[in-house]
Design a protein around this ligand. Structure first.
Ligand code: B1M
Length: 231
């Protein structure tokens, strides 16, 4: 299906939603941004643009990635297109009080500067309705602890992309235990060299191999936790 041409002066709300879906899917960031502005100019609700077009499109991106029809570059450009729209929609969604699924505190571990994968996970989490607090890269264990105490997230996520920085997961877990916050938060780990076995060995609650799986796992872990401990 082809998306509507931006030169059309009068796009209908349906055409805008279809265009947002199609252009996010192919990562056409300028088109997505323009359509987002056009939708808002037509008085469309930010939630409608998000839940009826942008999120379904990213879900399709995730599904195609899982099937092997899309690869990391396609996920990245789609994620960036979505991120451009999110920059415009994020403050409006906050204003309208849209409910978030949960709070996710994220950081790349100490000694590691890789952040492309982490940022992609963040975008997918935000797209799925999580509030994400990103501590950036080279995050020391004590900084994770302080941020957990300050923000009280549902989940804390540690990313590592080097075999030499993976041991920081255990250092982080030890710091969480020592400071008494371990049981207050779900711990997820991920990053290119990380495996389920490694996640189990360090005592993490969850692992995901990619951004799409991370969203699914995070939702499942929160549901499980809330079933045990009602909010
Ligand atoms: Co570096 N680097 N790098 N690097 N780098 C790798 C990781 C490497 C595999 C390249 C290689 O040798 N083939 C190798 C690691 C080898 C190893 O440890 N086994 C490597 C190395 C050695 C290094 C340096 C040591 C090189 C040097 O200086 N001699 C150095 C280390 C710097 C440091 O961190 N202290 C270094 C530096 C860099 C750059 C700064 C140049 C740059 C990073 C730029 C940036 O991130 N801003 C860089 C890059 C770009 C790469 C490669 C080429 C690409 C990484 C990437 O962005 N992938 C990488 C080679 C490769 O991966 N093929 C490489 C795309 C990204 C979307 O995927 O990161 O896997 P990924 O993220 C996925 C999943 O892992 C998962 O979801 C993401 C999206 O699907 N995921 C999570 C991530 N976090 C998650 C958290 C979760 C759940 C899932 O829950 C909390």
């Amino acid at each position: 299906m082809t998306s509507p041409k931006l030169t059309s002066p009068e796009l209908t709300p349906e055409e805008i939603l279809q265009g947002l879906y199609d252009d996010t899917l192919v990562g056409n960031a300028p088109h997505v941004l323009e359509l987002t502005h056009q939708g808002l100019a037509l008085q469309m609700e930010p939630q409608t643009l998000l839940f009826d077009a942008l999120i379904p499109s990213l879900e399709e991106v995730g599904a195609r990635f899982e099937r092997g029809d899309f690869f990391v570059p396609e996920m990245l450009i789609a994620g960036r297109a979505m991120a451009g729209a999110m920059e415009v929609l994020r403050p409006l969604l906050a204003e309208t009080g849209a409910e978030t699924i949960g709070k996710f505190l994220m950081g790349t571990v100490k000694g590691d500067v890789h952040d492309i994968g982490k940022n992609l996970v963040n975008i997918m989490l935000e797209g799925a309705g999580f509030e994400v607090i990103d501590l950036g890269v080279q995050v020391a264990p004590e900084k994770f602890v302080a941020a957990i105490e300050e923000h009280q997230p549902d989940i804390v996520g540690f990313s590592a992309f080097l075999t030499t920085t993976m041991p920081m997961f255990k250092a982080n877990m030890n710091a969480l235990e020592k400071s008494g916050v371990r049981d207050s938060v779900i711990v997820m780990v991920g990053g290119a060299p990380v495996t389920q076995e490694y996640a189990d060995a360090v005592g993490a609650d969850g692992y995901a191999p990619d951004a799409s799986a991370c969203v699914k796992k995070a939702k499942a872990l929160i549901k499980e936790r809330r079933a045990k401990v009602p909010a």
